[in-house]
Structure formats: structure tokens, C-alpha cells
Write a protein that binds this ligand. Sequence first.
Ligand code: 0PR
Length: 352
Amino acid sequence: MQQGQGAEPQDFERVLTSMCTEPHPQARAAAERFLATNPGDPGTYQTVAELEEKAVEMLGTIAGLSEPAGYVTSGGTESNIQAVRVARNRGDTNRPNIVAPKSAHFSFRKAAELLGVELRSAPTVDHRADLAAMKELVDEDTVGLVGVAGSTEYGVVDPIPEIAELAEDAGAICHVDAAWGGFYLPFADYDWNFDDAAIDTLTIDPHKAGRAAVPAGGLLARSEELLADLTIDTPYLESAAQISLTGTRSGAGVASAVAAMDALWPSGYSEQYDRAMENAEWLAAQLDSRGHDVFGPELPLVTADLSVPMTDELRERGWRVSKTGAGELRIVCMPHVTRSMLRSFVADLDWY
Ligand code: 0PR
């Protein structure tokens, strides 16, 4: 392997597992231009600070929020941690808990541990949040409920309006994790956004299906007031306070998020969704016709009961594939995944 200066990053030619993808060319260029800027210091780096406002506005448009609050985070993990922090700081209890479906991303476990919040995981039905199971876990110390709009392992969308209602009844925050799904969902037929339900906070990551460079995550809130609980004073900076978890942040992420959304919203993302779904449906049909038990695609993600040794052999042939916790093959049809890639993948499957 090459080291140091001349090293080349891996290409995406056989990557079927990543939730990141090749950035849009304009996003790549914008990232490079803004590499040495820090939106964590908006008093000094004003241009990137203005770009961040634009990023939040555009994310709001995508997620059905006309006056959005929020910021560009380092990724879904930070957004989810911050959302749990909002819920905890607003809750009126010494023993706060949040209730999430078992399918929620492991970043909620990090959030819970860091913030001293109990994470209550509710069983799922067909990989989707089970409302009755979630309701059973809610009590007077529940400060937040989580719904997933595009789950990491199976690409499933939870019943978000119903989860929001449960949260409202409990006097708790409703957080939706659309980190991966957020840039596909505007073109799919699910209730997932601020327009559809009484959601308080939402994770939506440009560095996943949004085709921005890493790191560009998104945290949105229905109002500035919700984020006020995250405020930390910054006495010696030109700006008075920070809500972000990290201090110095990447201007590259902010600028590339804006560039990607400028280039692709809405028609580029819509075409990208159609292509990804067609590919995922094609793959599901191919696997199904070979006798495999297939799940999906609800969003462009397919799982199948391929035996684990077979998956390991695929990895040896250079395919970057992953398994679900239950051991199924998991294929994420990101924008870099083409039909011809999938054809040669299926041909390799037939070889065994
Ligand atoms: N929420 C959801 C629904 C996610 O799928 C993920 C990450 C996160 C939150 C956390 O986001 P960050 O990783 O940006 O903090 N989902 C992928 C996963 O954990 C992330 C990923 C991306 C993994 C690229 C591998 C990879 O090559 O599987």
C-alpha cells in the first residue's frame, strides 16, 4: 500500500456497503476552497458562516421547515448526540431516559453514555419501530422519543407521526434520525419530515446521500428556542456563544454541503433517488430469483439471507459488503453504485 504524500484514496468501484459516496464535483471543489475556514468562529470566518446559514435554510427546505434552526455538524453521530442533549436539558428529571427502536443507530448509545441518559430500546416488528413496545417503555422520566427515517441496517422508515404523538403525550422531545434517508425521502412516499409530524429535531446528513464531502452532517430544529439549551458562552471570541459540540469545525463540510445542494436540489436528487431505487429493486429481484430471502428495498438498501461464509468470499474478491447484526448480506445502493457494478456483483455470486 502507498504511504504518505503519494497515497491515493480507495475508489468506489466495488463499494456496496458505505453510506458515504463520491462527492459531487462542485462539492469537492468547494470543500477544497474552504479547507482553511472555521465556521466555529463566525466572527472571523464570515463567508463560511453565511454559507452555513444557507446550508441550514436549504436543509430546512428539504425537510419541510420554512424557518429552520440548526447547524452543519461533523455527522449523524454529533447530530444525534446534540438532539439527545436538547431532550435531556429540557427534561425536568434527574433520571432522564430516551425511548428508541432497537433499529436506531449506535450513535444513540454513545449519546446516552456521554450524557448520563438511559437508552431504552424497544423491539421492532419487521425491522420497524413498534409503537406499542415504545409506549410501554415511556414513563415520567422520558425526555425524548426517537424515530428512524431510513434505518442503517434495513433502510426502513418508522411511523414518524405516531412516534411524534407519543412524544407529545409524554411531554418529551421527538427526534427523527434521517441521517441517511433525508436526501432520498423527499421523493419517496413516507411521512418523515417537519411538515408531516410534530417533530422537534432532525438529523439529515449532506455527507451521505447529499453528496457533500465528509464531514458534513446536519442538525435541524423546529425553532431556535429548542437549540438555546445547547448554548455555551464563548467570552473571548467575537461571537458570544456556541451551540455546536465541536469547537473548530470544517468549513469544507459547510461549503461542500451548499455546493452539493445548489447543484442537485431538487431534480438531481430526484433522479439520483429514482436510479438508486431501480438498482435496488433490480438487485432484490435477482437475489430473490436465486432463492434468497430478500428484505427491501423501502429506500435503496437491500438485505438477503446469504450465508456468512459466502459473504466473506465476496469480500475476498474485493467487494466491500457488510452484514447486518443478524448476519444477512447488506447492500446500500448509493449514487456511485451503478447497474453494471451490480451485474458483475451478481455474476460473482453465481460463480459460487
Ligand atoms: N444515523 C444513521 C441512520 C446512520 O446510518 C448513521 C451512520 C449515523 C446516524 C451516524 O452518522 P455518522 O457516521 O455520520 O456519524 N451510518 C453508517 C453506519 O454506521 C455510517 C457509515 C458511512 C458507515 C460510511 C460506513 C461507511 O463506509 O453504518
